[in-house]
Design a protein around this ligand. Structure first.
Ligand code: ATP
Ligand code: MG
Length: 721
C-alpha cells in the first residue's frame, strides 16, 4: 500500500473506516441520512485504487443519478490525485446497462446503433399499436398501458413471464398482447425503452454465460449507492454480476437507508436492502450513527418525524455539531405569496453573503415549480430547474424557434445558421463559409451577407438559387407579421420552409412525435399576444434553464430528485394535505403510501445543513381551481421543541400562523395586499380557521412526548470538534 496517500482515511470515524477497508466479501452499510454513506463509497474506491487492488476499469459503481455519478468522479479524482484515468463504469444502472448492451447488441437481436426511446416516443408507439387494435384510445389511454409496461419491466417481467390475469384490467384483457406487440415493434425499429436497458442486459447475461463470465471477471469490485431504491430488475442485474465465482469472494458493497426508500411507486423494493445478508451470505453489516450534515435541531426534527412510521428498522442518529437554528414553519396565503416570500428570503440570504448555489427549493409536485419560476424571472433571481420538463429544448422545437426568430429579427445569426440548411437545401460547408467570410468582412448579419452574395456571380448557381429562395421566403413571412395571427404565421413558416415535410417524411415513431411537438408549440403560441411576446417568453424560460452550472443560482427540484444532495438552506413549500402527503399516494397505497410520503418528508428535511424552512399555504390553485387547504399532517409530526413558528419575511397581509390576520405594518406592499384582498372573504375565513386549528393541534402537543427512540439526544449538544 501507499502510506503517504492514505491520508483520506484519517478523517473517517471507526465505522466508516471499517466500511472502507473491508474490501473482501460483501458489505452492507445501512445508515441514516447524512452519516457519510456516499462518502464511504467514494473513499472506498479511492482505497481500492490506492491499494492497487483493481484498475479504474475494473470497478463497477452504481449511482442513482447522472449528477451523483459526476460528483463521485470528481471526489475520487480529488482523493487519489491525478492517478485515475476516469472511471468508465461509474454511472447509473441505465447508463451502465446501455454501455454493455451496445457492445453485444447482436446477441439480443439489436443492431449496435439502436435507438433509446424516451417516454414520449414510447407513448406514441403504444398509441399506434392501440389504434391498430381498434381500441378506443380515449377510454384506454396509452400512458396507462405505458405505466403498466414499465411496472412489469421494473419487476423484470417479460411478456411471457407476466402472471396470468395481470393486464386484464386494460382494454378488456388486451394489455398483455399489446405489451408483446410493443416488444416486437421495438425490435423492428431497432429500439429499446428505458426498462429494456436492464431487461435486455439480463437476457444477454442469461443466454450467454460466456459474456456474463467476462463481466464477472472484469468487475473486481461492485459498489452501489442508494441501494434501498433498487427495483427487481436492477436487483437481478446486480445479482448476476456479483455471483460467487470459484475461489473469489463477492466484493460487493451496497449502502442505503430504509428510511429514504421513496421510489416504491416506481417498483423499488426496500426488501432488497433488508435481505442483503441472505443474498450475500457472510456479509459484513455496518451501521453509521453520526450525522455530519445537519445541525442538531434539523436532525431532531427529521428523526422525530420519521419515528411516526411503523415499517422501519429504526436507528440511532446523533450529531456532535451545534444545535443551530430550528427549522421554521411559515404559513402563507397562497402559492403566489409563498413564492414571493421565499424569493425575499433568498434575497436576504444573498445580502448576508450566502450563495444561491447553497439553497434549494424542494417541491412535492413539479407543477409547483411554475410559480417560483415566474416570481424569480420577475425579480431577476437566478435559478435552475433540475429534472424539469424540457419541451423548449427539444431539437424540433429549437429548429422551429430558430425559424421564428429569423422572421422576427433578420440579424439573428445563431438562429439563421441553425436552419439555413435544415431541411437540406444543398447549402454545403463551402457556401456557409462564403457567407461567414462576407459577413465578417462587412460587419453585417449572415442574412444580409446572403442577400448581397446571391446578387453576385460568386456563388455556385444551385446554392445561389436555394439561398435566394430562402431569403425571399423570410421577406414574405416578415411581411405577414402584422397581417396574420402569429400562431397561423408560425404554421405557415413551418410548412412553407419544408420543415414540416422533413418530419412527415420520417416514418418512425420519432418523426410522428416531433410533428406532435411542433403542433403543441404552435398551439401554445396562442396564449401570447404576438410573436415578439412569445419569443421573449421563450428567451426567458430557456435562458433561465440553460445558464451554465457556473452561475450562482438557487436550485428548484422535486423532493425525489433531491435524494443524496445537501444544501445549506432548504425551502420546503407546499406542506398541505393532499399535496404533501400527496392524495394519489394515499388513495392508491393507503398506509404504505402515507409512509412513503413521510420518508419523502424525511429526505427533504435531511437535505439541509443549516436551515430548513417549511411553508404551507392556506389556498392553492390545483388544476386551475382554487382550493382552501389544511396543513400537512407532517407538520404535526414535527417536535414543537425543535421547530420555530415563523412569519417569514412577511410580505404577506395574511401573516404568520402565530399572528393570524393581517400584519399592520405590511400594507405598504400594495401588490401583496391586493392579491389578498382579491380572494373571496369566505375562503379567507375558512383558510384562517384551518390554520388556527392546525396551530392549536401543533402547539397543544406536549413537549415531553417521547423524542423518539431514534434520536439519542443526550449525545448531541455542544461537544464541538
Ligand atoms: P444521504 O443518506 O443523504 O445520501 P449520506 O449518508 O450519503 O447521506 P454523505 O453525503 O456521504 O452522507 O455525507 C454527508 C455529509 O457529511 C457530507 O458533506 C460529507 O462530506 C460529510 N461527512 C461524512 N463523513 C464525514 C467525516 N468522517 N468527517 C467529516 N465530514 C463527513
Ligand atoms: Mg448519500
Amino acid at each position: 500500500g501507499n502510506q503517504a496517500a492514505a491520508g483520506y482515511l484519517a478523517g473517517l470515524n471507526p465505522e466508516q473506516q471499517a466500511a472502507v477497508e473491508t474490501l473482501d466479501g460483501p458489505v452492507l452499510v445501512l445508515a441514516g441520512a447524512g452519516t457519510g454513506k456516499t462518502r464511504v463509497l467514494t473513499t472506498r474506491i479511492a482505497h481500492i485504487l490506492n491499494q492497487r487492488r483493481a484498475f479504474p476499469s475494473e470497478i463497477l459503481a452504481v449511482t442513482f443519478t447522472n449528477k451523483a455519478a459526476r460528483e463521485m468522479k470528481e471526489r475520487i479524482a480529488h482523493l487519489v490525485g491525478e492517478a485515475v484515468e476516469g472511471m468508465p463504469w461509474l454511472g447509473t444502472f441505465h447508463a451502465t446497462g446501455v454501455k454493455i448492451l451496445r457492445r453485444h447488441a447482436e446477441l439480443v437481436g439489436l443492431k449496435p446503433g439502436f435507438t433509446i426511446l424516451d417516454t414520449d416516443d414510447q407513448n406514441r408507439l403504444l398509441k399506434q399499436l392501440i389504434q391498430a387494435e381498434d381500441i378506443d384510445e380515449k377510454r384506454w389511454p396509452a400512458r396507462v398501458l405505458a405505466s403498466a409496461i414499465d411496472g412489469w419491466k421494473n419487476r423484470a417481467l417479460t411478456p411471457d413471464k407476466v402472471p396470468a390475469g395481470e393486464g386484464a384490467a386494460y382494454a378488456n384483457g388486451m394489455g398483455l398482447k399489446l405489451y408483446a406487440d410493443y416488444q416486437a415493434r421495438l425490435k423492428v425499429l431497432n429500439a429499446v425503452d428505458f426498462g429494456d436497458l436492464l431487461l435486455e442486459t439480463i437476457r444477454l447475461f442469461r443466454e450467454n454465460p460466456g459474456v456474463l463470465a467476462e463481466y464477472q471477471r472484469k468487475f473486481k469490485f461492485i459498489l452501489v449507492d442508494e441501494y434501498q431504491d433498487t427495483n427487481v430488475a436492477q436487483y437481478l442485474w446486480l445479482r448476476l454480476l456479483a455471483q460467487r465465482q470459484e475461489g473469489r469472494p463477492q466484493n460487493i458493497c451496497c449502502v442505503g437507508d430504509d428510511d429514504q426508500s421513496i421510489y416504491g411507486w416506481r417498483g423499488a423494493e426496500v426488501d432488497n436492502i433488508l435481505r442483503f445478508d441472505k443474498d450475500f451470505p457472510g456479509a459484513t453489516v455496518i451501521r453509521l450513527e453520526r450525522n455530519y450534515r445537519s445541525t442538531g435541531h434539523i436532525l431532531a426534527a427529521a428523526a422525530h418525524l420519521i419515528a411516526h412510521n411503523e415499517g422501519r428498522l429504526g436507528k440511532t442518529l446523533f450529531t456532535d455539531g451545534e444545535d443551530g437554528a430550528k427549522p421554521t414553519l411559515t404559513s402563507v396565503w397562497d402559492s403566489e405569496e409563498e413564492a414571493r416570500s421565499i424569493g425575499e428570503e433568498l434575497e436576504q440570504l444573498q445580502r448576508q453573503g450566502h450563495l444561491l448555489n447553497e439553497a434549494a427549493i424542494l417541491v412535492r409536485a413539479s407543477f409547483q415549480m411554475r410559480e417560483f419560476e415566474d416570481r424569480f424571472i420577475t425579480i431577476g433571481l437566478p435559478y435552475r430547474v433540475i429534472g424539469g420538463p424540457r419541451f423548449y429544448e427539444r431539437l424540433e422545437i429549437r429548429d422551429a424557434l430558430a425559424y421564428l426568430r429569423c422572421v422576427a429579427q433578420t440579424s439573428d445569426d445563431l438562429a439563421f445558421e441553425r436552419i439555413v440548411n435544415t431541411p437540406k437545401r444543398g447549402l454545403g460547408d463551402a457556401t456557409l463559409q462564403q457567407l461567414h467570410d462576407h459577413a465578417r468582412a462587412q460587419g453585417v448579419p449572415l442574412m444580409q451577407a446572403a442577400r448581397v452574395l446571391t446578387e453576385t456571380e460568386e456563388m455556385k448557381p444551385k446554392a445561389r438559387r436555394a439561398l435566394k429562395d430562402l431569403i425571399d421566403s423570410f421577406d414574405r413571412w416578415a411581411g405577414q407579421i402584422e397581417a396574420m395571427p402569429h400562431a397561423e404565421l408560425a404554421q405557415l413558416v413551418l410548412d412553407e420552409s419544408g420543415y414540416t415535410e422533413m418530419w412527415q417524411k420520417d416514418k418512425t415513431a420519432e418523426g410522428a412525435g416531433r410533428l406532435e411537438n411542433l403542433k403543441e408549440l404552435v398551439r401554445s403560441m396562442e396564449e401570447f399576444e404576438n410573436l415578439a411576446g412569445f419569443l421573449e417568453h421563450i428567451a426567458l424560460v430557456t435562458e433561465a434553464r440553460g445558464e451554465g452550472e457556473t452561475e450562482d443560482a438557487v436550485s428548484i427540484m422535486t423532493l425525489h430528485s433531491a435524494k443524496g444532495l445537501e444544501f445549506e438552506t432548504v425551502f420546503l413549500p407546499g406542506w398541505e394535505e393532499g399535496l404533501f402527503p400527496h392524495q394519489r399516494s394515499l388513495d392508491e397505497n393507503g398506509r404504505a403510501g402515507l409512509e412513503e410520503e413521510r420518508r419523502l418528508a424525511y429526505v427533504g428535511i435531511t437535505r439541509a445543513r443549516r436551515r430548513a424552512k417549511i411553508y404551507f399555504a392556506g389556498n392553492r390553485r390545483i388544476h386551475g381551481l382554487w382550493q382552501s387547504t389544511v396543513p400537512s399532517r407532517f407538520v404535526n409530526d414535527l417536535p414543537p421543541d425543535h421547530v420555530e413558528i415563523s412569519e417569514g419575511l412577511g410580505t404577506s397581509g395574511y401573516g404568520g400562523m402565530g399572528r393570524g390576520g393581517f400584519g399592520q405594518s405590511r400594507f405598504d406592499k400594495v401588490e401583496s395586499f391586493s392579491s389578498t384582498y382579491a380572494t373571496p372573504g369566505w375562503q379567507r375565513a375558512q383558510a384562517q380557521k384551518s390554520l388556527n386549528d392546525a396551530q392549536a393541534r401543533f402547539t397543544g402537543r406536549t413537549g415531553s412526548q417521547a423524542f423518539g427512540s431514534t434520536y439519542a439526544e443526550g449525545r448531541g449538544g455542544f461537544q464541538g470538534r
